[in-house]
Design a protein. Structure first.
Length: 341
């Protein structure tokens, strides 16, 4: 009895002294400060930095669904891009009859259009995710090679279906009036849409961290990944939990598609393939399945691309790859591993 008490007493201080790993987080201000003398102008540097952080939020929203699915379900979903494109097309289709609302000076009508686009896209892609999980993913749980092959095939089929329904041409997806233009802070211009992206990205990040780390649902999901038999023995249906995770990840992909479509103000079938390269780079740099790592890597990716695009435009084309190489040389498993995010 005394031995166990002593062991607990010795263990407690070590747990109390455990500190979060903040080194990856420090990379963001380090890169920003390193770019300042290279850019030269303080106002230009501030504009590039704020624009990069806002774009990082958009990339995080796009990649968060895949991070959720892979981190909690261990599923390599290469069809994630199809859900991104589907969300963008569904939102554009729902907004098209409400173009007068988007162009109205009424903030209420503008917000209503945004709500319809976002909620509609997330609802439909969430339902599509449930169908995809039950038909395509369920037979290949735990088989990564088959997952890669079957989800890549699913992405190709989905792209062809999107082309068949909406056509191969770009479809306009204009910003509502409330998000057009910029706000001037001193000598710095900040686009209203980028501020909107920061708000949405922050809500997504905080919601994911809260649900996964502070709720019973998050505990059950993480326990179900580690030991599904134990969770089943406690009376919980692990399959239903996994379906809920896949639906949530697919809905986040739909939200990411809406955000990207609004940023480009157009949607096209090519966006799924274009974005998937960026998404997988973000997930690899951040650490496969780490929400915090996905967030930090998204900001790093966008900042580096912005600075490189201003200083050396040709370098911007490969800046993502160079960043990934440098991060993986430093930390081969990525910035964080699941559970340390």
């Amino acid at each position: 009895m005394n031995t166990s008490v002593t062991a607990e007493a010795n263990t407690a201080p070590s747990l109390a002294l455990a500190k979060p790993d903040i080194k990856p987080l420090l990379l963001i201000p380090a890169i920003a400060l390193a770019a300042l003398p290279l850019v030269g102008s303080g106002s230009t540097w501030m504009t590039l930095t704020l624009a990069g952080l806002a774009m990082g939020m958009v990339i995080f929203i796009i990649a968060s669904g895949l991070t959720l699915i892979f981190g909690l379900m261990d599923v390599m979903n290469f069809a994630h891009g199809a859900f991104i494109a589907s969300g963008a097309f569904i939102a554009s289709m729902m907004v098209a009859p409400l173009l007068s609302w988007s162009e109205s000076e009424s903030i209420g009508l503008n917000i209503a259009v945004l709500a319809i686009a976002i909620l509609g896209a997330m609802l439909v892609t969430g339902i599509l995710g449930i169908i995809f999980e039950r038909v395509i993913i369920r037979p290949v749980y735990g088989q990564h090679l088959k997952q890669i092959l079957i989800t890549m095939g699913g992405m190709i089929v989905a792209e062809q279906l999107i082309t068949m329904i909406w056509g191969a041409e770009q479809i306009p997806f204009p910003l509502p009036q409330v998000l057009r233009g910029s706000i001037v802070l001193g000598e710095t211009l900040i686009e209203k849409y980028r501020l909107f992206a920061v708000v949405i990205g922050t809500v997504v990040l905080l919601s994911m961290l809260y649900v996964l780390n502070r709720t019973k649902l998050g505990l059950l999901i993480r326990a179900g990944v580690e030991n599904p038999e134990m969770v089943e023995s406690l009376g919980y249906r692990i399959r239903r939990l996994f379906i809920a995770v896949f639906a949530a990840g697919s809905a986040l992909a739909g939200l990411g598609g809406v955000m990207w479509g609004l940023y480009k103000e157009t949607v096209s079938t090519a966006m799924s393939g274009e974005l998937m390269v960026t998404v997988f780079i973000v997930v690899i740099i951040g650490g496969m399945g780490s929400v915090g790592g996905c967030f930090i890597s998204s900001l790093l990716l966008a900042l580096v691309a912005n600075y490189a695009g201003f200083l050396m435009p040709k370098l911007a084309l490969v800046s993502h790859i160079l960043l990934m190489i440098m991060i993986l040389v430093w930390r081969p498993s990525g910035l964080y591993t699941p559970g340390k995010n």
